[in-house]
Design a protein around this ligand. Structure first.
Ligand code: IMP
Ligand code: MG
Length: 180
């Protein structure tokens, strides 16, 4: 089993095993199924990082739903930049809908804060977030995160959809940057 991976001269150590990811994603889906029972859900998956999490999540959903994708860019290497660009926008009618944003990780929260504010102007019935990883010590906003799998330290992570300069998304486990 791969305990460490090296990428761009940095060492990453295994942090979350794939079997644990599988269990937690199922738990999150169960919570979502319960919360939206009898309702229709519009999932908005934030590309690219959330695509693997989303694909596992939706295969555990029993609630009726549709899937949409959006894309923003704000990261360069292992550092967040302040400027958020919308690369792929929402292209359905949000008004009166139950919106669930599916995101891989909330770091500063800048990306989702920007996106939630935009969505609210379109008057959805509800907006909630389902996120795999949350860095409480990096979070700079106060929007609620209803469905969350893991709180993690403020260190860069890769794997299970999360990249470092477009690499490492395919890794089955989640790896964390090793401290020097
Ligand atoms: P935020 O706007 O600072 O919350 O960061 C949002 C986006 O940056 C996430 O959706 C990720 O795509 C990316 N990101 C943040 N932290 C990490 C990390 O540790 N590894 C890989 N990508 C990250
Ligand atoms: Mg993301």
């Amino acid at each position: 089993m791969t305990k460490k991976v090296t990428l761009n001269d940095m060492t990453f150590v295994k942090m979350i095993e794939k079997s644990i990811l599988k269990e937690k994603v199922k738990e999150l889906a169960d919570q979502i199924n319960k919360e939206y029972e009898g309702e229709f859900l519009e999932l908005i998956v934030v590309l690219k990082g959330a695509f693997i999490f989303a694909s596992d999540l939706i295969r555990n959903l029993t609630v009726d739903h549709a899937i949409h994708f959006v894309q923003f860019s704000s990261y360069s290497g292992t550092k967040s930049t302040n400027e958020i660009k919308e690369k792929l926008a929402v292209n359905f009618d949000v008004e009166g809908k139950n919106i669930l944003i599916v995101e891989d990780i909330i770091d500063t929260g800048n990306t989702l804060d920007f996106f939630i504010k935009k969505l609210k102007k379109k008057h959805p019935k509800s907006i909630h977030i389902a996120v795999l990883l949350f860095k409480p010590n990096a979070f700079k906003h106060d929007f609620p995160v209803k469905f969350k799998a893991f709180d993690i330290d403020d260190k860069f992570v890769i794997g299970y959809g999360l990249d470092l300069d477009e690499k490492a998304r395919h890794l089955k486990h989640i790896y964390q940057l090793e401290e020097e």
